[in-house]
Design a protein around this ligand. Sequence first.
Ligand code: 13P
Length: 246
Amino acid sequence: MSRQLIAGNWKMNGTRQNAQGLAQALVARLPADAADVVVCPPFTLLPLLADSLAGTALALGAQDCHKAPSGAYTGDISATMLGEFGVSYVILGHSERRQGHGELDDTVREKAIAATKAGLTPIVCIGETEDQRESGDYTDVLGWQIKGSLPDNFAGVLAYEPIWAIGTGLAATTEQIAQTMLFLREELVRQFGEAGKAIKILYGGSVNADNAAAILGIPEVGGALVGGASLDADAFLSIVSAASAA
Ligand SMILES: O=C(CO)COP(=O)(O)O
């Protein structure tokens, strides 16, 4: 099994002052043989963190990019621009963008293509709502999201984040995660053939220091996409350590 990936999604949090402290605390205490670890701060903090993380084992990611390399797109940032700041990962299609900004599978797929072209690794998010989980339709939803959001020859990471588990403190149970991971792997292999076996799948949604070891030990879980707990150095480092041990 390849190394697990622990990604911190800071969302719209962080100032120049506290970001620097958090990044330095992580770098100083990152376990030697850790998983691959990346922090994804808001765009405004990328220049600062690009400098302080250069040459360290902590990678830098962003939370979105545009599908075009440049152009008349007010307020947007391209994958090419992110590359200038040493960014190596980009989160795409997070439910907070799908739901809050009406982002559709097609757009996510085009962004993933742009990110790969610019040399970044896309972390494409999918996940079902509570209603879809309860009605039993969630496998259809996830299958369609994979089909619509991942380009042919996808060379990135898939993040399964059930929307009902995000920011609620209520992670999916290990049984729910285990079952869904098996479904996702089957679906990836069905859609991508042999290449689908190699696509890393992260779990995201209320991962914390207490539940990380159990979640990261589930077969097919290739790491975690962490929101709230990634803003606390102790909690995030505990999750990283749980990955190293998994
Ligand atoms: O949305 C998430 C990561 O992208 C998960 O957020 P929480 O870990 O705060 O639930």
